[in-house]
Design a protein around this ligand. Structure first.
Ligand code: NDP
Length: 288
């Protein structure tokens, strides 16, 4: 039986640390870190995400504001608002909740956010810095995965890591982070051949596919570490990951559950990134 990597426990420890640091810095700097979240439209999932982000930010002592726009806002007006926030000295982090309505170009939006305030880490400058080994703000989910592995004392160096998924927000950046920690990394995707055989070689498996229970128990190598990023509903409407948890936990040494694994870490890393952006903004050294 494997050890469950409890994202809620790790998150709450990290959040305590962040809150303590925010408290100290608030006194030293004279203001709290500021996070501005832009929400366009009424997408129900986005509303929940944004509400959780705002709630967590406030709990940790940040100044947090949610700027809501109807889905009829023009691209120009949205870009103008982002530029205003770029120039606002009380704002350290800017996040535009995705997805955006079709008439708005997401890439243009990402490009408009100042890289030093881009707490999602999606701006090409932040992505490029990550790639060349000079990270500034790193995408939250991949960063949360590395923090979980470190928290559990799981060695990365020299391990064979297999990532299923090559999205810009999860698969690619987590692959780069694992590579920088000296894992030997294989990235798989929908055109990969013999996927189960490749997964069977993984010491560390990261599943970021978006398909319920896609990874079967007999794909898992004995003693592997399994990180399940997926958030899916099964045929009964129950929240499940990309990995068949019941089966995989018989083989894995460590495994993340869904819910309660990677999910809570993502929002915690958003707070972590906002704190790093704040520290850099006020001339203190941030860290990754
Ligand atoms: P995307 O849909 O952007 O990417 C999915 C990836 O899976 C693609 O690279 C795709 O390959 C690959 N894929 C699809 N089908 C197969 C297949 N049959 N075999 C191998 N690879 C396949 O998803 P995201 O990366 O954005 O998210 C992945 C999952 O993680 C989702 O469930 C999402 O909800 C969840 N998520 C969870 C977060 C959290 O905080 N816990 C944060 C972000 C995402 P190809 O590129 O060839 O199409």
């Amino acid at each position: 039986m494997s050890k469950i990597i409890d994202g809620k426990v790790i998150s709450s420890r990290l959040r305590e640390e962040i809150a303590r640091e925010v408290e100290q810095l608030k006194k030293a700097v004279g203001r709290p870190p500021g996070l501005s979240v832009i929400l366009v439209g009424e997408d129900p999932a986005s509303q929940i995400y944004v509400r959780n982000k705002e709630k967590t930010a406030k709990e940790l002592g940040f100044k947090s504001e949610v700027i809501r726009f109807p889905d009829t806002i023009s691209e120009n007006d949205l870009l103008r608002k982002i530029e205003e926030l770029n120039n606002d000295q009380s704002v350290d982090g800017i996040l535009v909740q995705l997805p955006l309505p079709e008439h708005i170009d997401e890439f243009k939006v990402t490009l408009t956010i100042a890289p030093e305030k881009d707490v999602d880490g999606f701006h090409p400058v932040n992505m490029g810095r990550l790639l060349i080994g000079k990270p500034y703000l790193v995408p939250c989910t991949p960063l949360g995965i590395i923090k979980m592995l470190d928290y559990e004392g799981i060695e990365i160096e020299g391990k064979k890591a297999v990532i299923i998924g090559r999205s810009n927000i999860v698969g690619k950046p987590v692959a780069i982070l694992l590579l920088q920690r000296n894992a030997t990394v294989t990235i798989c995707h929908s055109r990969t051949r013999n996927l189960p055989d490749i997964v069977r070689e993984a010491d560390i498996l990261v599943a970021a596919v978006g398909k319920a229970k896609f990874v079967k128990g007999d794909w898992i190598k004995e003693g592997a570490v399994v990180i399940d990023v997926g958030i899916n509903r099964d045929e009964n409407g129950k929240l499940v990951g990309d990995v068949d948890f019941e089966e995989a936990q018989k083989k894995a040494s460590h495994i993340t559950p869904v819910p309660g694994g990677v999910g809570p870490m993502t929002i915690t890393m958003l707070m972590y990134n906002t704190l790093q952006a704040f520290k850099k903004h006020v001339g203190m050294e941030g860290e990754q």
